[in-house]
Design a protein. Structure first.
Length: 195
């Protein structure tokens, strides 16, 4: 039984890497199998299709990212302000995407390319992630530290889209992931224009 789970984990890890690096169309089962140290037909002992495998990676990515963000925010304790909590969430999300978590980066990279039925199931699983962000935004609006005239759903959608985009364009170089995360938080919470 442990060998079966180990094989499944290796396949998932390899698929997450391939999806992150090559996208949905570019991730080939032969390469995923090779990355897992097996032949392509072996994948079908664990997953019924490529779609089944991709969906498993998406669900794991959502779970990992949400768990990481919540942990980074909740460690601040109850005395943290709403903006401090939101800043921690922004920095945690970007840091997680840019420091090697293939699963959450794969979600960001391939979500738009998923088949409609799978996208619906992934969106349903994403609801806890969305709700957590919505609550962070609403808390900042409720305590007066964020503008209340902005629709919190729209704020969440723009914010998450901005943060998720870094998985597609980031390359190691001038700024570290921590510096990018800090600048993204400052941009989101304090704006671009002076004053």
């Amino acid at each position: 039984m442990a060998q079966v789970e180990n094989g499944k984990t290796r396949i998932l890890d390899s698929a997450a890497t391939a999806l992150r690096q090559k996208g949905l169309a570019g991730a080939k089962l032969t390469e995923i199998a090779a990355g897992a140290g097996m032949l392509a037909p072996s994948i079908y002992h664990h997953f019924s299709s490529k779609d089944d495998l991709v969906e498993a990676v998406m669900m794991e990515g959502i779970y990992r990212n949400n768990r990481h963000i919540m942990a980074q925010v909740e460690v601040l304790g109850p005395s943290a302000t709403a903006l401090e909590r939101l800043k921690a969430a922004i920095e945690a999300h970007i840091g997680f995407l840019l420091t090697g978590d293939d699963y959450s980066s794969a979600v960001s990279r391939v979500f738009d390319d998923l088949p409609a039925e799978m996208k619906g199931r992934v969106l349903a699983a994403y609801s806890s992630f969305d709700n957590y962000w919505r609550d962070l935004i609403a808390a900042a609006q409720a305590d007066g530290s964020a503008r209340s005239g902005l629709d919190p759903t729209l704020v969440r959608k723009f914010l998450i889209a901005m943060l998720d985009s870094c998985a597609t364009w980031y390359r190691p170089g001038k700024l570290s992931p921590a510096q990018i995360a800090e600048q993204a938080a400052n941009l989101a919470l304090h704006g671009f224009a002076k004053g």
